[in-house]
Design a protein around this ligand. Sequence first.
Ligand SMILES: Cc1ncc(COP(=O)(O)O)c(C=O)c1O
Length: 480
Amino acid sequence: MNKSSDKHLYEQVADRIQELIKQKTLQIGDRLPSVRKLREQLSVSVSTVTEAYRLLEDRGLITVRPQSGYYVKAKIVSQEPNPSAPPQQASIIDTSIVSRVYANIEQPEIIKLGAAISSPELLPIATLNRIMGQVIRTYSEISHSYHSPRGCAVLRHEVAKRLMDAGCAIAPERIIITNGTTEAVHLALQAVTKPGDTVAIESPCYYGLLQILEALHLKALELPTDPREGISLEHLEAALKSSHISACAVVSNFSNPLGSCMSDRRKQDLVELVTKYNIPLIEDDIYGDLSFAGNRPKAIKAFDTEGMVLHCCSVSKTISPGLRVGWLVAEKNFVQVKKLKMVTNMMTSIVPQLTVAHFFANGGYERHLRKLRRIYQSQMEKTRLAICKYFPPQTRVTRPQGGQVLWLELPQNFDVMQFYESALEYRISIAPGIIFSPSQSYRNCMRINCGLLWSEESERALQILGALAQQQLANKILVT
Ligand SMILES: Cc1ncc(COP(=O)(O)O)c(C=O)c1O
């Protein structure tokens, strides 16, 4: 075992056993060594082995038989969705369906599998509140005055340091603090487009981006997207050659809703492509810090030598969506973006900015991330397993290596809006596939949130959803 590894000892033990299962040294039905025996063999503690076995259970690889021991389990396999094939013309956007869908999930007691949110218990709320109290006491007057629209220097400096982890060498002077990623993307698009322009996007894509495009009177060209590798560069190049594309917008790492993460090679190719055609690229990297592998993947911005990429990010998925602290790295468009920020809302509130700056500097951000990544990975595995167990066998599910959402594809005749209404009767929300596409494709798909603390209630909710899906498909067969 490697004591200096980023991973906990029990994770290393679990990984080693998983490898033995993969290599078929341990086969389905084989009994694993007892906790005591493995403890002796590996010179680790009983609790390390117990935790490792628990993790392997979570991963669906082993099962415990009472009074007998741990056994290798037949793994439930599910297929992943195929790359998407959206319509090939630019769409005018109407997101009224998004507001209708989300009006319902505000209701109390709804099990929110439809929103990409976390349980408050998973966020460092107590630490943030303590820091916020100190900030207000220390900067009692500064907290209430106007400041530069760029944001405060101490936070821009901390963000620049964090960007180094994503492979980017960015001067704090190129960073503008925003009210979350939403505002960063909004300002970036506003700076590089004019009403009526067309923006190339992934399909399916985060509906919040569609709402921004709609607000700015922009059109969207949906491009085929692979659930693992992201947007198709071949289709993007064809679109750049043949149509008037003013910008391209993608979620680079563990996207929402597909969970795709572009490889470094493709990130580099994408930057070369947009540079060749002189098209600005808006990168939303909100999930980049949530990689299950531990190491953060690079941002697309890391490959940008010509200032073509406007990089957008925030702390909303890692420490607090409510603080509304995000940032935008803009090079060529910096002056314009700064002006737009000023006329939009003058600046981002100073107390949240200083709170995040202090948390980054000495609040244990890395430690918090390690915990969050582990919990999200486990929750996502449990959710996938439950889907494989309860949903119709034809269901395809993504297998993201980070982030917090799963994308499900059911047979073509599945009606996700009917399913959404039935699920609401059981007080469960899901995000129907059609809200992720301006052409309202994906009527047989849905997104499921894995950010809520796993409980018996989560399992029961997925069991109900699975039964509803089975029922709908069975009725359709009877009717046709
Ligand atoms: C891809 C993506 N971008 C942006 C946002 C919104 O970010 P923020 O709350 O920082 O504005 C979300 C929230 O779900 C998201 O999934």
